[in-house]
Design a binder for this molecule. Structure first.
Ligand SMILES: Nc1ncnc2c1ncn2[C@@H]1O[C@H](COP(=O)(O)OP(=O)(O)OP(=O)(O)O)[C@@H](O)[C@H]1O
Ligand SMILES: [Mg+2]
Length: 212
């Protein structure tokens, strides 16, 4: 029995974390086993790699070094956590995956889509998610949510200029258009329950198909 691997993408504050929680509840209530995860996912080696990436003293880090480190962290999380869950037949809901790198580093940071894809293909081999849901929320709407969330830590990316967030958003739309079978666009500016329902609808076919 093989599980289902779903990743969620979107700009800051687009509701990925909230929607994943709802979807998880839905499938748990239906009797499925669900793994909700995000990189580095508590994986020891991935955590250490992430510390290197995020360390504020590492100002000399080259963008391609950063891309390689993200890919390395992703692989370890995949091997140690995602693949074993899939082999147990679980539904894996992953908050961001390979498409975040393609968009953030490939398109927005300017390394180039092909280069970042190449490194990531090496890292994940053929383990692309079965389905990727892009939660479509315009960046200005997502950021407004983020800044209105009490206690939400404002990170380095939240503070990037408006142009950067627009680049990310446009990058995601481009990916959706290029890979319509692999990535589905989910309108995300409605109430959370409505957005979650849209996601469940996309996932349900896949899950039922995987488990006759
Ligand atoms: N559909 C929605 N309508 C209104 N507010 C929402 C909706 N979905 C999420 N929110 C709120 O917006 C904020 C950001 O949501 P969430 O943390 O789920 O987004 P995210 O995509 O995971 O963001 P991050 O980039 O921080 O990981 C939260 O305060 C959440 O409660
Ligand atoms: Mg989140």
């Amino acid at each position: 029995m093989k599980g289902c691997f779903i990743s969620f993408e979107g700009t800051e504050g687009s509701g990925k974390t909230s929607v994943i929680r709802k979807i998880g509840e839905y499938f748990i209530n239906k009797g499925y086993t669900v793994l909700i995860t995000r990189e580095p996912g508590g994986i020891r080696i991935s955590e250490k790699i992430r510390d290197i990436i995020l360390n504020r003293e590492h100002t000399e880090m080259d963008p391609r070094t950063e891309a390689l480190l993200f890919a390395a962290s992703r692989r370890q999380h995949l091997i140690e956590k995602i693949i074993p869950a899939l082999e147990r037949g679980e539904i894996v809901l992953c908050d961001r995956f390979v498409d975040s790198s393609l968009v953030y580093q490939g398109l927005a940071r300017g390394i180039g889509y092909e280069a970042v894809l190449g490194v990531n293909q090496f890292a994940i081999e053929n383990h692309f998610p079965d389905l990727t849901l892009f939660i479509d929320v315009r960046p200005e709407v997502g950021l407004k949510r983020v800044f209105q969330t009490p206690g939400r830590e404002i990170n380095r990316l939240d503070l990037e200029q408006q142009d950067f967030h627009k680049l990310i958003y446009d990058g995601y739309l481009k990916l959706c258009n290029s890979f319509p079978d692999r990535i589905k666009r989910i309108p995300g500016e409605d109430e959370i329950d409505i957005v979650a329902k849209r996601c469940v609808k996309e996932i349900a076919n896949l899950v039922l198909g995987a488990r006759p």
